[in-house]
Write a protein that binds this ligand. Sequence first.
Ligand SMILES: Nc1ncnc2c1ncn2[C@@H]1O[C@H](COP(=O)(O)OP(=O)(O)O)[C@@H](O)[C@H]1O
Ligand SMILES: [Mg+2]
Length: 411
Amino acid sequence: MNNEDNGSSAVEELLKDDNINEVSKGSQVKKQAINKEYVNKLEEERIFLFKTVKRLEEETNVLRALFNKSHNELEELKKPSLLIADVVSVHGDNAIIKLNNGNKFYSYMNSDTRKNIATGDSVLVDQKSLNIIDKIEVTDSFEVEKYVIVDKPTETWSEVGGLKETINELKEVIEMPLLNPELFEKVGITPPKGVLLYGPPGTGKTLLAKAVANSTHATFIEVVGSELVQKFIGEGAKLVKEMFRLARRKAPAVIFIDEIDSLAARRMETGTSGEREVSRTFMQLLAELDGFESLGNIKVIAATNRIDILDPAIIRPGRLDRLIHVDLPEEEGRLEILKVHTRKMNLKRVKLKEISHQMDDFSGAEIRAVCTEAGYFAIREEREYVKQSDFLDAIEKVRIDEEEDQVHIFG
Ligand SMILES: Nc1ncnc2c1ncn2[C@@H]1O[C@H](COP(=O)(O)OP(=O)(O)O)[C@@H](O)[C@H]1O
Ligand SMILES: [Mg+2]
């Protein structure tokens, strides 16, 4: 307010004063409004800037992350790849490893890694130093299950006709060590690692192997030698190795190698690549046999119809050093087998003794075929029971079928 203005009347003064007041009031309001607007603007600006900074910060973070990622990727790309090797044995902070090409190295591993590593594992190995970096689960091991039969057999000893001595021997060599290993430790003997069953086809070798797996609650891992050779060209040795690894995982286990002669035939001098491959597979099998404890919970049963061509390396002491001959059944054995396979059949006035007398030279498999055929003769005549003549007809039929097969093979 202006109090020093003396040239005006009091009214004027007043008016003026009032005017001035009005004016100054108005301008003050105006000023305040402008101020407020200005503050609002600034506030808005501040918020805008704040948001921008935030956004830029976020963008920076994203870009930094991107940069780090590509940087790391680049670094990884520059590093040499790691080798994959198998652990042969562990010695404190070191381990003997074997590379794919067969070379062995004595490698170092740090204490953290060391805790997880055991014989038979696959490991990552630095290319330069050949030190063990880490363990790796090689997915090959699931593959092996596609190629071998893994089973919990249901066949029991009671389904095996005759073969009493063979059964007893299998019980001693396979069943007892798996079920009561402490018995052997106490007495201080080491049971065989496995057995070789040999004899003509159809005499129950596979059946026996399954029955012993069943009686020991063991996993049954079956592989057929001829398939191993034909289907896995170049991979046979690996498959053998994976099979033993699988057995260790699923122990107690019985590994059954049928037709072992196709893997372990006496080596001839020709040395074709196919034969070299077979011998690599065979060498791996020998290495695996040598490599496991005979008191462990894995047993190996091999079978062959051709013991005459078998490479004797497989039956050396410490390997499959127990040979069991499974021969064609005598009359008494045939009767036992006949009893097994007619157990569930509806028979009328059938003299099993007489039938088994008629089946000279028949194997267990042929005796089973006779029972099935006899059942068919009954069904064809719309009978619900099987009689003596059905069996006699069946014997003839099986004999003729056999002879025809022989002609097919040799004719
Ligand atoms: N001793 C036997 N007792 C009962 N059945 C037998 C006997 N031998 C063979 N068989 C029958 O023949 C089938 C084939 O026999 P298998 O064990 O495969 O003979 P191998 O392996 O010696 O060639 C068996 O599944 C079984 O039904
Ligand atoms: Mg068989």
